[in-house]
Write a protein that binds this ligand. Structure first.
Ligand SMILES: [Zn+2]
Length: 423
């Protein structure tokens, strides 16, 4: 990702804000439709159907009709992609976009450029014709300034803080804390494997973001308690300010600034960690997460209200804040073909030394002591060891035991222990 500060003229800014509002509007319509979608009707509409409905909506609404169709269609394409990737993106179901908080839209490049194979020869389709890819239209003005073509706005200037112009297929325009940014979607270059044959297992969790099978425990930086308190204060003030007032806007902007800081730290951490993994190990194994069930609402239904809703909400937030999805995505991009997903059940209960699966081995959140062989380890590292070995495990304990001698199998379940709620 290459992000630059953008400086639109007054007229362009007005147009960009309209793009943002309309992209948000059609996205939210799609979210609403999906939330009302009855299961018996099958899968909720995909992009083609959504685009057809957009045409109808544009015919009915003057506001939408006068806006840019490309921007609106792209918002629906993004929505469709978010739905498809909801299980492994780390964001779960696409959610409602809010004014001031999620302002932005994506633009697909309009230039056509020939694609090439890794060996440098032109990429051809089945009919033997050159494959063309999209590319964004950017122009360098001088050492410090460049401009990008935005639909409906013409050339918009941005501050060039790198030597080279970005080469990307798409870019995203965002408005945050009164500033415009343009972010070009760059796929990171693959990193060369070390060639040592080393395998690393990674267990992602809430207490420790990523426990590695070599014993390292990595934590994704978050807001500290002081920053969190300040965020709560700004959010409270924003919610109490009169509707559509300048104060409300200002308070929202202050809150957004703190959140942006957190997101920046998380992204930075993911970049550094994924580079470390891709360059340090030949094979990288992640435990296969089911983020959907882990972040599913605990509210329950009217007949059977869920328990611990507040804790679960906090946990959801903690999970999403960890950027698990981003770490996996970036590692895959930097180490293509060298990333594997290992099924996760029982990785936290299985002894990585003798293979015995027993609930009682997990003494606490942090401690693992095998009841069969006495192997002692940090619980997260033990899980990472299992992942590195490619063993999520089936609930079948070994019949012969390890160093501990004969142990009778007690009537214990092999259910994963419930995680305690985060602080
Ligand atoms: Zn053991």
């Amino acid at each position: 990702m290459a992000r630059f500060r953008m400086y639109p003229t007054g007229e362009q800014e007005w147009q960009l804000l309209l793009h943002c509002a309309q992209a948000r509007y059609v996205w939210n319509l799609a979210v609403e439709q999906r939330s009302y979608w009855a299961r018996h009707k099958g899968a909720s509409p995909g992009y083609v159907e959504l685009a057809r409905q957009l045409t109808e909506a544009r015919a009915a609404s003057e506001w939408l009709r006068e806006g840019n169709a490309e921007v609106q269609q792209q918002a629906l394409r993004n929505f469709d992609l978010a739905v498809k990737r909801r299980f492994d993106s780390g964001f779960g179901e696409p959610s409602w976009r809010k004014r001031y908080r999620d302002e932005g839209f994506r633009v697909i490049g309009t230039d056509r450029v020939p694609e090439f194979e890794p060996d440098g020869s032109p990429r051809l389709n089945r009919k033997g014709r050159q494959v063309l890819a999209r590319s964004v239209v950017v122009q360098k003005l001088n050492k410090r300034w460049a401009q990008v073509k935005v639909p409906g706005c013409g050339w918009v200037r941005f501050r060039l803080t790198r030597r080279d112009l970005p080469e990307a297929k798409t870019f995203r325009v965002t408005w945050r804390r009164g500033q415009w940014h343009v972010a070009f979607a760059l796929v990171p270059e693959p990193v060369a494997p070390p060639g040592t044959g080393e395998v690393i297992g990674i267990d992602r969790g809430v207490k420790v973001t990523a426990a590695l099978s070599d014993g390292r425990m990595l934590n994704c930086p978050q807001l500290n308690s002081k920053e969190r308190a300040r965020l709560r204060k700004q959010e409270r003030r924003a919610s109490r300010a009169p509707k559509d007032s300048p104060q409300k806007r200002a308070e929202h902007a202050k809150a957004a600034k703190i959140k942006a800081t957190e997101a920046d730290r998380r992204k930075d951490w993911c970049e550094k960690t994924s580079t470390m993994l891709a360059s340090g190990f030949d094979l990288i194994r992640f435990e296969k997460l089911n983020i959907k069930t882990m972040t599913a609402s605990a509210k329950g239904t009217a007949e059977t209200p869920g328990k611990g809703v507040a804790q679960k909400t906090g946990l959801n937030r903690a999970i999403l804040a960890q950027g698990w999805g981003l770490l996996r995505t970036r590692t895959e991009q930097k180490a293509p073909g060298r990333v594997e997903d290992v099924p996760a059940p029982y990785t936290s209960l299985r002894c990585s030394d003798c293979g015995w699966i027993e609930k009682n081995s997990r003494k606490s959140q942090a401690e693992f002591v095998c009841v069969s062989c006495g192997f002692t380890c940090n619980a997260d590292v033990n899980a990472a060891n299992n992942v590195a070995a490619g063993q999520g495990g089936t609930p079948r304990p070994r019949s012969s035991t390890g160093a501990g001698g004969t142990t009778t199998r007690q009537g214990s379940s092999v259910r994963e222990p419930q995680r305690p709620p985060p602080r």
